[in-house]
Design a protein around this ligand. Sequence first.
Ligand code: GLC
Length: 742
Amino acid sequence: MKSQQLRQLLDSLSLDEKIGQLVQLSGEFYQAQNIATGPQKSLGITQNLVDLSGSVLNVTGAEQVKRVQEEHLKKSKHPIPLLFMADIIYGYHTVYPIPLGIGATWDPKLVEEAYHNTADEASASGVDVTFAPMLDLVRDPRWGRVLESTGEDAMLNSHFARAMVNGLQKDLPNGRGLAACIKHFAGYGAAEGGREYNSADISLSNLKQNYLPAYRAAVDAGAKMVMASLSTLNGVPGTGDQWLIDDMLRKQWGFDGVVISDYASIQELVDHGFARDREDAARLAITAGVDIDMKSPCYANGLKQLLNQGRISEEKINQAVWRVLSLKNDLGLFENPFRGASIERESHSILSSDKRAVARKMSQEAIVLLKNEDEVLPLAKQSNKKIAVIGPYSDEADLIGLWAVHADSNDTVTLADGIKEKLNDSYYSISKGTDILRDKKFFDQFGTAEESVKRSISSNEEEIKQRQKSLKNAAKADIIIFACGEHPLQSSEAGSRVLLRLPQNQVDLFNELVELQKPIITIVFSGRPLVLTDLVSKSSALLQAWFPGTEGGHALADILFGDYNPSGRLSMSMPYIEGQLPMHYDHLSTGRSEETSQHNSRFVSRYVDSPSKPLFPFGFGLSYGELVYSKLVMERSQLKLGETVESYVTINNIGNYNRYEVVQIYFHDDVASVAQPVKRLVDFKRVFIKAGETKQVKFSIPINQLGFYDRKGNYQLEPGTFTFFAGSDSMAMLSEQVELIQ
Ligand code: GLC
């Protein structure tokens, strides 16, 4: 519809119709038989506002979406279509590795293709908007939602932010695709203590240097929506933060799209002690620039009163409604309220073989090889060696993590499925050995139904039987593959943990297997970096598989048997022990760096009871074979403002395997008016290099990228020397210096 017509529509709306556009309800309002006594009563809003609400949360499926849309339009005096929004964070029905695994691919191009596929699947199911990508930078794996982040580096996260938004929104002009709603704006990832929903205190320079860039990259890539965070940044809840939303996002960044609250987060402004009551919460949120109230009654019950009391202007409401109507218009909903929804399209698009192929590739690239002693991997497909696959994840289908809410883990390829396709069945055995988790208290805390607990925790007799079967299989085997990990419920939203270990029952089984003194290849399934220190030391090889997604079993088998040379590189540091947390590679040197301080060994920045370094650093990952970084050349040793640092890195593949290598370039601003990180990633290239090949990998880095934000949040670039490092991870040591002159 033309802008003028849209304006006329807005002007023709009653106040209730306008407020309705700013209310988002969830599926039960559209599926339950008697909503009056159910969801409507519990939320406390009128039937009139239910009928006038403008968008729906997590209702998907072409048939269902069409039905709900038709019924809605029939009721409306002014036929304004509903927007269907859903949480589709890392895949719809074809699920990729969790974003922390996607971060380990260092392959934004593949990620764009994958998210384009996801948008094709979900738009066929009638979804218009996805609450993704989640762009919170993370430094503390105690927080369960590190699962949803691509990691600890602002630049790498920004590459993925652009790729995901572009992939999701690419087909919007032809009525497919998904509008991206980036979240959680802003700084939720710095929750103190890694405790869920906890407050975040971030200095302005740190906020601008690390926590905001990925959101900015997504906004610049044209993201259609932003979700305000439910947590506080420096004492102000994101959902009521006028400085962050109206000043920064809208005025400074020029974002003119829709801002939505997080789930009931407007109402929670009262719980924060930031709003006096729900009406006050509505005033604060609409004033801050939040357009849609997700699943709270504040706008529905409060905006009219606030207007009548003169505490908000009708202009404020009109601006919010205009943004919502404009989004619907951009998506073509007035011309076609069903947009991409099509049962026929669904049948061809969902879990198609080409989409599975992309998911398999993503899983291959996400898995990180952390240890490979005596090149025990890859395993030969034709050998007389017997393999015992043991552990709770040996044939587990739930490899998709908790935030794949619309997928079915029965569509997953398990590790056992993958191995069976590679080996003759006389060469392997599969046994669970123990449950993922046997701690009933853990499940009881969520009020998990007894039936479901029984499905998760075997009887003691069954447990003993499983254990004995595994030990018997192990005794007959030459090699053991131990498939272990955390329970999906131990991670993701509301999955914060203080001890990041494997469940004790798995550790006990592992230690019994170690007694057999056979090579153990350990595969870890998790939604975060766990503390693997003991596991690594007793394993011959270790693969970090994350929750690897629908094609996880195929990807793992491809790596185990050499059909894919692992190329994953950590996008988040892995701690030696929890007490080191939070940790990140781009830390400051301090005045008493452990490596360089003149003080004696006691009085330096360290712990007396643990190493200071991570177990595995940001950027780390092994591949099969051997590769050498032989030279880093900076084409000029002096540059002026506005110029570009041209450099190249020479790498030699001296191994016997073709491979991908993620060549990483870091830099340190040697002297600055605000102390700078010992290293900061500034560029990377994922290159394919054949066995025996030598390659020169070229980098062109605009000097302006080397600046930093000072304490007032102003961007600075000061003359002086910059040390550049090239290597295969953030411990890279090949270095050269360049000077920026006036
Ligand atoms: C949740 C999450 C948010 C999600 C929303 C809707 O609480 O914080 O990421 O998109 O509610 O499900």
